[in-house]
Design a protein around this ligand. Structure first.
Ligand SMILES: *[C@@H]1O[C@H](CO)[C@@H](O)[C@H](O)[C@H]1NC(C)=O
Ligand SMILES: *[C@@H]1O[C@H](CO)[C@@H](O)[C@H](O)[C@H]1NC(C)=O
Length: 225
């Protein structure tokens, strides 16, 4: 009797694990609307593959990530992302890399999420204050000050940021667990969407007056009339 139970449980486990591996693949872009006419369609969830015999070293190569980027913009940071568009050999491999430059005295990589990737960040130069916020209902801020050689993990899909409040430049390198991690910068997405989100939505969601919302929209290019 005991043996039979074991067999049933064993068979169930095999079945369950084969179901688990039969999941749809994770999406590699925001969406993919089904279409029947393949002539007017694009190939998604990755890219077309080159004949492997024709692959060359440069398909897997990028040069110049050692060059400091210009941080003279509103937020004082500059992200150089190497995803499948820059390195075609990354296709289907689930990984990408970024260099991030931060201006001194407040260079900020503003609050954002990567919808498709966990991130692991390594500080090369300078001092960064990094943090991410856990999901509802806790919304706990988990933060730390990082120095050169320090590494910090940002779990998939959580809002995070890095701030350089030191008097010198900072540089970090981040690895991301997708060939196309995606970025949603919170302020730009909410206040700079095109077309703009209705004022009634934003005033209530952020508990702000209409003019305050309009000012924010003006900052992020999502002008509501
Ligand atoms: C695609 O083809 C199927 C089967 O012929 C049909 O039921 C469906 O409505 C079509 N979808 C579109 C978007 O044309
Ligand atoms: C980032 O730096 C590059 C090269 O220095 C520059 O061309 C680009 O405009 C900068 N991007 C931003 C957002 O400042």
């Amino acid at each position: 009797m005991k043996g039979e139970h074991f067999l049933v449980a064993f068979a169930f486990c095999i079945l369950a694990s084969s179901f688990a591996s039969a999941y749809d693949p994770s999406p590699l872009q925001d969406f993919c609307v089904a279409i029947n006419d393949t002539k007017s369609a694009v190939f998604v969830n990755g890219k077309f593959c080159k004949d492997p015999k024709l692959a060359v070293a440069n398909d897997f190569f990028f040069s110049g990530l050692n060059i400091p980027r210009n941080t003279g913009n509103q937020v004082g940071s500059n992200v150089t992302l190497l995803n499948v568009d820059q390195i075609p050999g990354l296709n289907t491999l689930g990984i990408s890399l970024a260099r991030i430059d931060y201006a001194p005295n407040g260079g900020l990589n503003p609050p954002h999420v990567h919808p498709r990737a966990t991130e692991i960040l390594l500080v090369l130069e300078g001092t960064l204050s990094v943090g991410f916020v856990t999901s509802n209902p806790d919304n706990r801020l988990i933060e730390k000050v990082l120095n050169p050689g320090d590494v910090f993990v940002i779990p998939l899909g959580l809002i995070h940021f890095q701030l350089n409040y030191a008097k010198t430049n900072a540089v970090a390198v981040a690895a991301l667990s997708s060939q196309n991690p995606g970025v949603i910068t919170i302020a730009n997405a909410v206040f700079g969407s095109n077309p703009p989100i209705n004022l009634d939505v934003l005033t209530k969601a952020f508990q702000l007056g209409k003019n305050e919302v309009k000012n924010l929209q003006k900052q992020f290019g999502g002008n509501n009339k």
